[in-house]
Design a protein around this ligand. Sequence first.
Ligand SMILES: Cc1ncc(COP(=O)(O)O)c(C=O)c1O
Length: 451
Amino acid sequence: MQASKAAGKRNMDLAAAVGEAEQRYAAQNPKSLALAKSAAAHMPGGNTRTTVHYSPFPLYFSSGANSRVTDSDGHSYADFVNEFTAGVFGHSNAVIADSIRETLAGGINLGGCTAHEIALSEEVRKRFPAMELMRFCNSGTEANLLALATARAFTGKPAVLVFDGAYHGSIIYFVSGASPLNMTFDWIFTPFNDLERAAAAIAENAHKLAAVIVEPMQGGAGAIPAAPGFIAGLRAACDENKVLLVLDEVMTSRVGYGGLQGKLGVSPDLTTLGKYVGGGLTIGAFGGRADIMEKFDPSRPGAYPHGGTFNNNVLAMAAGHAGLTKVLSRQRVEAMNDLGDVLIGKLSAVAGKHRLPVQITGQGSIFGIHFSAGPVHSVADQLRAEKGREASVADLKKLFHLEMLANSFYVARRISGNLSIETTAAEVDGLCEAFDTFLSVHGGLIRDVMA
Ligand SMILES: Cc1ncc(COP(=O)(O)O)c(C=O)c1O
């Protein structure tokens, strides 16, 4: 009786805090609200990209410059969403904009091969030597679909091992269970960061397993890095069992000059990329061992056919090349990730100071914040922490998100974020201060919900 009374009060307090935050948000964002209402006339829920939806209605943005974005009501935010990691270059990089303008002047849809794709592939190969040969496509989702289809065709085996909590694209989604839209591959699931179980699953299914696909840090699950030795252990298990290892570096490739594979010293059979590789324009890429990728050589008998109207679209090829060669030097990649590590350290120190059930995860320029008393090494840890209080945790996330927006910091509702090369040390400190204030004001609610 006592317990349910306490739970009732806690829920009322949280509901009141969320209600107040929502009211303030609606009052401050009338133009976004009006746009959200008109969007619903032609798109389901007014939305064409679930990732950017949040209640009570999402902000509608009108512009961005350097490290900041501005919404339709004129509020400016330090951007810690950065297009869900694609926005490495910030919002107004002059070198990339010049390259797009210059390329545009030569015509957009030339309907044939151009020198642009040669230049970009050469640069990608320099950073990712495991991509001995590669192909471009239009998104990270497409890159993963093609990599997995390639692995299945090359090995003649049907199954793919994937990790609980993985996000490999809009129809390869396992963040909170499997999406009903998922590709109907023969999926085999195993927990992330449990090498023993993964190695056993690889050995047991070797006869039918084409590939293991893994993010070296799970992004959609909230920036959960692979434990030391996990990816190298998968490499060994794949080798022992003649299974291909596909590293999905669509998100993590920004964490090092040669991605996380460069930092970990692991060479996958296939790598997938996307996001910033097109300089901020639509792109995907997959590639790897020459003996596998050669199968795409159209001059060979029985070559894998792979069309794609926009695979070599000149704007993305040129913008990507300009971004990689003229902007994103090794030193700038490292500086961005060093500042990200500073942010992760400072957020952890703030959480530690308040002695609250809050965990910080991430690596380099990508971070996640979790409501959990124990460490979060997998989505199972997170689900265990949230069990029986899912709605309240969702409310805590909403409250945090709305409070950060009120303080001019744009983070993702799932509470994760990332830096661009334009993010400043002052913005990092500002976010930590806002986090500190949030924990001071709402720490009691967090403690109650997670008790
Ligand atoms: C690890 C990972 N793989 C694949 C994708 C899908 O990329 P896209 O949104 O370009 O289809 C994403 C996107 O966030 C991702 O984070």
